[in-house]
Design a protein around this ligand. Sequence first.
Ligand code: ZN
Length: 166
Amino acid sequence: MAVRAILTWPDPRLSTPCAPVGTGADLDALIADMFDTMYAAPGRGLAAPQIGVMQRVFVMDATWKDGAGTPRALINPRITAQSDETASADEGCLSIPGVSVAVTRPAQITVAWSAPDGTALSAQFDGFEAACIQHEIDHLDGIVTFDRLAPADRTRAEAAYAGAQA
Ligand code: ZN
């Protein structure tokens, strides 16, 4: 297990869609490293492309900062239903350190994915978890929070990011 380096925007890998994970792939070492890297950052979600692994897998733990953890690793996740109702929340990103931006997304989603042992799972999410999952699936599609902003908001956010890195 190891903490890996997290890529920061605008690394081109963060704008590149990831490939599906094949059946039978052994992801145990990768997922262990991703949890180590996420907790060390510290963050509540991390997608494989953020450490330069261009595969459709992410890890999340929405609650560990507040007490008991709920670690999840989602392989080949896909949103199978979403609410018309939306929610807006400030989203940080480990690949865009120092800048949070308000992103509007469907408030509830249903997600299907494979667990690391290959089990097919599906569940409904709302609140922070729904936003986090959509944020991480965006990473698998080569999309970062800046890409979700209106042009004027993006210009402001990129200027803030440039300032935060200076
Ligand atoms: Zn992110």
